[in-house]
Design a protein around this ligand. Structure first.
Ligand SMILES: Cc1cc2nc3c(=O)[nH]c(=O)nc-3n(C[C@H](O)[C@H](O)[C@H](O)COP(=O)(O)O)c2cc1C
Length: 324
């Protein structure tokens, strides 16, 4: 259905990297819902990979059920990026992505992420070194450009294809825009038109199966990457896949299904991290999961303060019983 180099995927829908959100626990929970072709780690510092820092190893943690997996690297130095790519190849990655879209100062200040869009020739040389270092498909995730006056993504995508990139993922905004305004579908279409045969994946503001269909229709992109909305409604991949392949939607998940999803996510966090982290994550995640649970201010408030696994399980069980 969608192919990056030698990697064939069952669906053309991808989970976006969302730093501090799309970790192993979340990926293991969302994959069984279906419809997801590929999940990606959050962005990982290439120098951190080489130093095997605790934070980096946590970000790179994976398990056999967490497949197919793309590891996203960032950095601006070819040598460390290539060495990090080789380490990732040997530790679970079936695909690598180079981040050229992150606008966060802590990344761009060191010339990584979206800062690479300011120097396209250097960006292409960097990608070429990584591509030559590993026999895995390597994609590049870009924004349309650094700012409105410098829309480089189409030309860059063509150059990256000639350098051997297996695909381009494009978030249809500039770095200067951050997350403001609406995704620019025409901008994504121009990237699609600039490559010869590699897939271009569109990204930005997909909040429904219809949005995914519209992005494909309006841009000609080969697939769609979804980020923030998947945190709110993890069934988006199942639903969008059904919609794109059959034109109809499965019955929506019940509140019980959503509570079961939360329980599984929490139990993965407990197993992979610890009770403190699991509670901290859920104090924050309830603002993503909550809106789909109907009117439940007391439950949401209690979750925002959850302090133990026992309390979490009790809150869930009480809410479950009340909705039966
Ligand atoms: C909190 C946050 C963290 C993000 N972290 C990453 C990241 O690590 N790597 C990356 O390529 N994009 C990152 N992104 C951008 C998303 O992958 C995606 O391009 C963007 O959110 C637009 O897609 P969406 O509208 O479906 O969320 C992040 C976005 C947010 C909101």
């Amino acid at each position: 259905m969608l192919t990056f180099g030698k990697l064939k995927l069952d669906s053309n829908l991808l989970l976006a990297p969302i730093s501090n959100y799309c970790d192993l626990a979340f990926r293991l929970t969302i994959r069984p819902l279906g419809g997801l072709g590929l999940a990606c780690t959050d962005l990982v510092n290439s120098r951190g990979v080489l130093r095997r820092t605790k934070r980096t190893l946590e970000l790179l943690r994976t398990e056999p059920a967490d497949r197919p997996l793309c590891i996203q690297l960032y950095g601006c130095e070819a040598g460390p990026m290539a060495d990090a790519a080789r380490w990732c190849r040997d530790n679970g990655a079936e695909m690598l992505d180079i981040n050229m879209g992150c606008p966060a100062p802590k990344v761009t200040r060191h010339n990584g992420g979206a800062a690479l869009l300011k120097t396209p020739p250097a960006a292409v040389r960097l990608a070429e070194t990584v591509i030559r270092a590993v026999d895995l498909p390597v994609t590049v995730k870009v924004r349309l450009g650094w700012c409105d006056d410098s829309i480089v993504a189409p030309a860059l995508a063509g150059d990256l294809e000639r350098a051997g990139a297996a695909g381009i993922i494009v978030h249809g905004r500039t770095a200067a825009q951050q997350f403001k305004g609406r995704v620019n579908l025409d901008g994504i279409r121009r990237v699609v038109e600039a490559v010869r045969s590699i897939p271009v994946i569109g990204n930005g503001d997909v909040r429904s199966p219809a949005d995914a269909g519209r992005m494909i229709d309006r841009t000609g992109c080969a697939g769609v990457m979804i980020g923030r909305y998947a945190l709110r409604d993890p069934w988006i991949f199942r639903d969008a896949h059904a919609f794109l392949t059959t034109g109809s939607l499965p019955p929506p998940p019940s509140v019980a299904d959503r509570l079961e999803f939360m329980r599984t996510h929490f139990e993965h966090l407990l197993r992979l991290r610890d009770e403190r982290v699991a509670c901290l994550v859920f104090r924050q995640r309830i603002s993503w999961y909550g809106p789909k649970l109907g009117h439940c201010p007391a439950f949401r408030e209690a979750m925002r303060n959850v302090r133990s696994a026992g309390e979490f399980r009790r809150l869930l069980a009480d809410f479950w019983a009340a909705t039966d």
